[in-house]
Design a binder for this molecule. Structure first.
Ligand code: BG6
Length: 510
């Protein structure tokens, strides 16, 4: 995995699609923070590239407005002197030759070392990826010699494809001109500190790993819950995507891989990604019956979120009023391998749920003998009071934490069982703020470490799993259930678990 040394060599960063929202919201703030922390040196230019004519000064002012809310600082001023803007029409191959010359000029001005790596961040619509890599080839950005290949790194944003076929096509387009090692497919979840900690928690401690298998685990629940709806005009994009493509196919399946994978032989990109890939290869529907028996979808209707009225999805800006797009999805999956055979993995994600919470909850089996199930309490036989399964919860966000729930005897004359938790809270232990996902991921690209990026086979395997579900959903509206905004999703999702006597964890109960 990435080195910890601060120095990273000179690097030129080109952002294609620089007028888009991602540049100002995520990329520039992350690069600025890296520069403040000494990870990005003064010989590393950041060149915004887009179609419109703009001067460096205009671009810097726009960024200052959105990143610094107009309040410049000495640090920002010094950083922004390394930000440039160049016009380019992504489809015009000649423009790339000019861009290479302009890039070289800027590099000379800043004293960037001649062999420095160039990172091209494609913050554009995926439909333009092909044009961009063609242009990079025409403009001679792509090193011809194999030994120099690492001097160009191309970062691509999601959505990476719409389904298996389009993702394969996109891959072919990129791979026609770039090698796999030059392509960095971003899934920002992998940049989250708490997500990176999953592997360290599992393989850096001796006591948990022996428990994580079918002998001890009853089920695993992965939740990515959001309270937001379609703010910021996202309805147009979201209606072509939905919860499955937007979050489950990528973020949730990546979390699943990390919690389920075997220990890698080495803690390096290839070995880690090989193990993640094996999980995806073993991923199966949780039922042999039709898709409706293991994949549930829902769409929010009007309701209350955080005590504020929220309109129905179909009433949202840029969403067709007859839309059948899912804003919630839950899946019962299984991993058919030696470690996990027979253990249900319940996955869910949705918009307009009651809380913003991302977590992985591992629920353990009940003790083989329930000595405390019928104890006498207050003069009558009662069930084990408040008994719950042992649970190990990795809370990814917010209130980043890890806690383990177990039963204890409530003090008193009876055997009343009380579930309690041992917990570790990031905030209590680490004073510094957790780094933003984009900071970490951009630094990894700068260092040429692809561990936290999705390899093409992983991506295609994830599409392969969700494709049949999407095909069925898009061919008929049957099974689309509405849930009021501010609730935990459609009733069918509860039935997914209740038929085997299980229930969803209610994360808000913590
Ligand atoms: C993005 C999705 O990839 O992830 C968004 O497109 C979603 O719809 C977001 O809101 C969630 O990310 P985070 O980091 O806020 O959990």
């Amino acid at each position: 995995m990435a080195a910890t040394a601060k120095q990273s060599g000179d690097t030129t960063i080109l952002i294609f699609g620089a007028s888009g929202d991602l540049t100002a919201r995520k990329l520039i703030p992350a690069l600025f923070r890296l520069s403040q922390q000494g990870y990005l040196n003064a010989r590393s230019p950041v060149i915004g590239v887009a179609r419109r004519e703009k001067t460096d000064e205009q671009f810097r002012n726009e960024l200052c407005e959105s990143v610094m809310k107009g309040q410049s600082s000495a640090e920002w001023d010094s950083f922004s002197q390394r930000i440039f803007y160049r016009r380019l029409d992504l489809g015009a191959e000649d423009d790339y030759t000019a861009l290479l010359e302009q890039t070289q000029t800027i590099e000379q001005e800043l004293g960037t070392s001649p062999g420095a790596a160039r990172v091209v961040y494609l913050a554009t619509a995926p439909a333009l990826f092909d044009d961009a890599v063609r242009g990079l080839e025409a403009g001679q950005f792509i090193p011809q010699e194999r030994s120099l290949a690492d001097r160009l790194r191309v970062v691509v944003e999601k959505p990476f494809g719409h389904d298996f076929a389009s993702a394969s096509k996109l891959n072919e387009q990129l791979r026609g001109r770039l090698s796999e090692d030059q392509i960095y497919r971003i899934d920002h979840y992998l940049g989250k500190e708490t997500v990176q900690n999953i592997l360290l928690f599992r393989f850096g401690n001796a006591i948990f790993e022996p428990l994580l298998n079918r002998n001890h685990v009853d089920n695993v629940q992965i939740t990515v819950a959001e309270t937001i709806g379609m703010e910021g005009g996202r309805g147009g994009y979201y209606d072509t995507s939905g919860a499955m493509r937007d979050v489950l196919q990528n973020h949730v399946l990546q979390l699943l891989c990390l919690i389920a994978m075997e220990p890698p032989a080495l803690f390096q990109a290839r070995e880690i990604r090989d193990e993640k890939m094996k999980v995806l290869q073993a991923l199966r529907p949780g039922s042999k019956d039709g898709i409706g028996a293991w994949a549930i979808r829902g769409q929010y209707s009007a309701g209350l979120v955080d005590r504020q009225p929220a309109v129905a999805y179909r009433e949202e800006d840029r969403v067709p009023d007859s839309s059948n797009r899912e804003t919630y999805v839950s899946i019962h999956a299984e991993i058919d391998n030696w470690r996990w055979a027979g253990v249900p993995f319940y996955l869910r994600t949705g918009k307009r749920l009651p809380e913003r919470i991302t977590e992985i909850a591992i629920q353990f089996k009940h003790p083989p003998l329930n000595l405390f199930s019928t104890v006498e309490c207050d003069g009558h036989l009662c069930d084990i009071v408040g008994a719950r399964r042992n649970e190990l919860v990795l809370r990814i966000q917010p209130r980043e934490s890890i806690f383990f729930r177990f039963s204890t005897k409530r003090p008193g004359m009876q055997y009343h069982v009380q579930p309690v938790a041992m917990d570790f809270d990031y905030e209590d232990h680490f004073a510094a703020e957790l780094p933003e996902a984009y900071e970490r991921l951009l630094l990894d690209v700068i260092r040429g470490d692809s561990t936290l990026f999705t390899r093409s086979d992983e991506l295609l395997a994830a599409w392969e799993f969700v494709d049949p579900i999407l095909q069925q959903w898009e061919s008929s509206s049957a099974g689309l259930e509405h849930y009021p905004a501010g609730t935990w999703g459609p009733a069918a999702s509860d039935r997914l678990l209740s038929r085997s006597g299980r229930i969803w964890r209610e994360p808000t109960a913590e």
